[in-house]
Design a protein around this ligand. Structure first.
Ligand SMILES: Nc1ncnc2c1ncn2[C@@H]1O[C@H](COP(=O)(O)OP(=O)(O)O)[C@@H](O)[C@H]1O
Ligand SMILES: [Mg+2]
Length: 500
């Protein structure tokens, strides 16, 4: 269906032998540049439209990395030429309406035609690779595709066209992936955010979006980001980690995990505190795993990440403003609305503002077992963050009242930390026990002590029980018939600490 427009423009045969040296030679001897004929058929079903988006450019691989195969510059030259001929021959908008397989078939046909016409000699494997690259550029997220396809990556961070970092196993790595220029990067950012009906440009340079697989995306474009778009992707994990996984990773001891399990089950109001990427959402997800299946749970999130297994769950998500700056639904509105939905437990993905007040109120008024995460570096800091969120939310309450409210609402604070060697630990399981004068009193059940660093830069440390045998939520545990399990776990933890 993509017939040739003209038969003109033929050039000598171009070979694409496998070795990079030979490749370079072939490309130098016969630059494909202008030689590729224009293949656009007049009135073809998918005709190039005027004003089509700027051409996505070829991928350039900087330094070969373990996972990113080395490709020579001439591969990219040839690809870029074939790519440009392809773009001239098809209408991307119409192509975008086909499903991926059909679009791929169309692209395959035309790429083969270009290759045949230009006498480019390629092995089947090379043709497949080229086709894959071109499909990624045309249909997907270009150079990001191979990274998006990997399940072991937690975050992808693009700082302008030439610097792409990933986080794998808690470690930051620079990849060899590169965009040709900032234009291509902006195009891809645009393609991502347009899927959620948004736009990113000079007028609205900040944008949150989500990939179809649930990964969270943030884009900040020039002029705010100085060296080209900064794109951050928190990849959606299909298989969220569970508490036994965290035990296996030594993020927590088996006894600590049992205590958390009980905390989740016996409806302690729980706050999970931690820095960015410390594992808060993962932990929250773990804790929700121990909620009984007959409870009505309502979750409020900025971007749905939690994966609750219970049958009776209502999932709510905030909404950013539309292009005109209207229609935003905030977390506070969601949490307030929740209260009218007869929840038994409310789970707030991330507490960052005045919704703190509503969540505490919910916790205080019969929705025990509610949970939320919050950005702080220690349980004590979590408490002061809560206080300041409420103060800044415009509730004119005396400081003491706010503190009393916190003490009356929060039972347990679990602290997640990403250590500097990339490992993630649960560093505190702390109870909020009461007030002395104007000070909120907390008591740690478990803590993680760091003793140093080994020769490989790995943090050396230990989880330690603080020896508390009767935690504050003991009665609650007894009510749910969990007191024996709780006592056993605490006792075992103490024995382990004594032995260490
Ligand atoms: N204890 C852990 N051990 C190893 N990886 C973890 C652990 N907890 C979380 N992760 C991984 O770290 C990344 C960030 O976790 P997430 O829970 O989303 O962090 P946060 O919500 O604090 O930003 C995810 O890829 C997650 O799978
Ligand atoms: Mg999170």
């Amino acid at each position: 269906m993509f017939g040739k427009k003209t038969e003109a423009g033929g050039s000598g045969p171009v070979t694409l032998p496998p070795g990079p040296a030979a490749l370079a030679h072939a490309a130098a001897a016969s630059p494909l540049g202008k030689a590729i004929p224009d293949l656009k058929p007049a009135g073809a079903p998918i005709a190039a439209a005027a004003g089509q988006p700027a051409r996505p450019a070829a991928v350039v691989v900087e330094k070969p990395q373990v996972e990113h195969k080395h490709k020579s510059e001439s591969y990219y030259d040839i690809k870029s030429t074939i790519f440009n001929a392809l773009i001239d021959a098809i209408d991307l908008t119409q192509l975008g309406q086909l499903d991926r397989d059909a679009a791929r078939d169309e692209i395959r046909d035309i790429v083969n035609e270009i290759i045949a016409l230009k006498d480019v000699v390629m092995s089947i494997a090379e043709q497949e690779e080229l086709l894959e690259d071109i499909c990624n550029d045309v249909l997907g997220y270009g150079p990001l595709e191979p990274l998006l396809a990997r399940d072991d990556i937690a975050d992808i961070m693009v700082n302008g066209a030439a610097h792409v970092f990933i986080e794998v196993d808690g470690k930051m790595q620079k990849t060899g992936v590169r965009f040709r220029d900032n234009g291509q990067l902006l195009n891809i950012c645009q393609r991502i955010v347009s899927q959620v009906g948004r736009r990113v440009d000079e007028a609205s340079p900040i944008c949150d979006a989500r990939l179809p697989d649930g990964s969270r995306v943030n884009v900040i474009a020039p002029p705010l980001s100085i060296d080209g778009c900064a794109l951050t992707i928190r990849k959606f994990k299909k298989d969220r980690l569970r508490l036994p996984d965290l035990v296996k990773f030594k993020s927590i001891t088996p006894e600590g995990a049992t205590v958390l399990e009980i905390v989740g089950r016996v409806r302690c109001n729980t706050l999970i505190s931690g820095g960015t990427g410390s594992g808060k959402t993962t932990l929250l997800n773990c804790l929700t795993g121990y909620i009984d299946s007959d409870e009505r749970i309502i979750t409020c999130e900025d971007a749905a990440e939690l994966q609750l297994q219970q049958p009776h769950v209502v999932r709510l998500e905030t909404r950013p403003p539309n292009l005109e700056g209207e229609g935003a639904i905030t977390m506070r509105e969601l949490v307030k609305n929740c209260l009218r939905m007869r929840p038994e437990r409310i789970i707030v993905g991330e507490v960052r503002g005045p919704e703190a007040f509503d969540l505490l109120q919910a916790m205080n008024t019969g929705h025990d077992g509610s949970m939320g995460t919050l950005h702080a570096n220690s349980p004590r800091e979590a408490i002061s963050r809560l206080e300041s969120m409420i103060t800044m939310g415009g509730f004119s309450l005396p400081s003491k009242t706010i503190k009393e409210m916190i003490v009356g609402s929060i039972d347990v604070i679990v602290q997640a930390t990403r250590l500097r060697d990339g490992s993630r630990k649960i560093t505190h399981i702390t109870e909020v026990v009461g007030m002395e004068g104007d000070v909120i009193i907390t008591q740690d059940l478990f803590i993680y002590d760091i003793s140093g660093e080994d020769a490989n830069g790995k943090i050396v440390g230990k989880h330690r029980s603080t020896g508390i045998a009767r935690p504050h939520f003991w009665d609650r545990a007894r009510y749910y018939n969990e007191e024996r399990r709780l006592a056993e776990a605490l006792e075992k933890a103490e024995d382990r600490t004594a032995k260490d």
